[in-house]
Design a protein around this ligand. Sequence first.
Ligand SMILES: *Cc1c(COP(=O)(O)O)cnc(C)c1O
Length: 394
Amino acid sequence: MGPQLPIYLDNQATTPLDERVLDTMMPYLRGSFGNAASTEHRFGWVAEEAVKQAREITARCIGAESGRNIIFTSGATESNNLAILGAARQYARKGRHLITVVTEHKAVLDPCLAWEAEGGKVTRLGVDRDGLIDLNELDEAITEETVLVSVMAANNEIGVLQPIEDIGNMTRAHGVLFHTDATQAVGKIPIDVDKANIDLLSLSAHKIYGPKGAGALYVRRKRPRVSLKPLQYGGGHEQGMRSGTLNVPGIVGLGAALERASETMEEEAERLRYLRDRLLTGVRAGLEGVEVNGHPQQRLPGNLNLYFPGVALEKLIREIYADIAVSTGAACTSASPEPSHVLLALEPEGKRAMASVRFGIGRFNTTEEIDYVIERLTRAKALRSLARRPVPSL
Ligand SMILES: *Cc1c(COP(=O)(O)O)cnc(C)c1O
């Protein structure tokens, strides 16, 4: 009797919907179907009240002063687009320069490319071998023309946590806006928009056991009051920044997912760290030369990205895919199976990008599953060149 297969270890790509979150959403998919903007009847009021509650929960979970700071969106991709293009277009008279980092998610990098196509300027900071930016480099990159700095809180591939409080201090001192894509961080590690001087923050429900298609953008309203040019026009919902009928069940699900993640954050982080360290220790006990990609300590509790030197990944994946779901780097750009731009940033020669696997451990993974994965990896034919002992024939 082993664990039930296949084992899902790709929780940085997406997470399963928590049953309790689904239960909270169900009434809004059934009888409470009202439009939150319908003010003349009970159907609308019920929906509006549910949205209001989710707004307050979302604000509370990131240390925002009120629900009025929250703009609901379809997910972090939209939130990032709205933050970056919305701010760049709104403040274009002040300057047209943005700063970001080469290891950002495509949902940040591509809006920055779009801004360049509109005639804007973008500086992309590099990272060191651990995946961290250099704060002095950031300081030097900020000019009179700079409007916004966008640096992610936690990387989706290698789990590295950037020093967002230091970045926020710096951007605040320079009087430029600070956006952070906190999609992988919210609900997993403490985030406080005031403590870190964050002006814009993106988050998404489906990375924290909520539904797909629901997310939010935090927009600071005081010191400074940030305004954004909308990406789409219509009924003027969400303070005119994001028109369109609200996805009430999705928003309720986002609130429920955030609430649950915040309540259990500390103990869950400890549990995930334990599983991650167990996986690393187990793999290293059986295989030689395996290295961790990204900073060894400054990283998400549930993320482990491993480099298997000299190994042909397609062979490994072919051997395990039926039983273990992991990602070989670029899951978030899966439309194009190119080597990961994040791993290439750590090591430009590309050896890591060609031979690394991301293990995304989440809420529903167990010790038994981790032990099964260790066993399968240390016995894998594709990893035989790294095996410490001769692999016994099965
Ligand atoms: C998943 C992810 C996104 C995209 O979020 P969606 O809600 O799927 O649009 C953006 N940034 C990071 C860091 C992510 O992990």
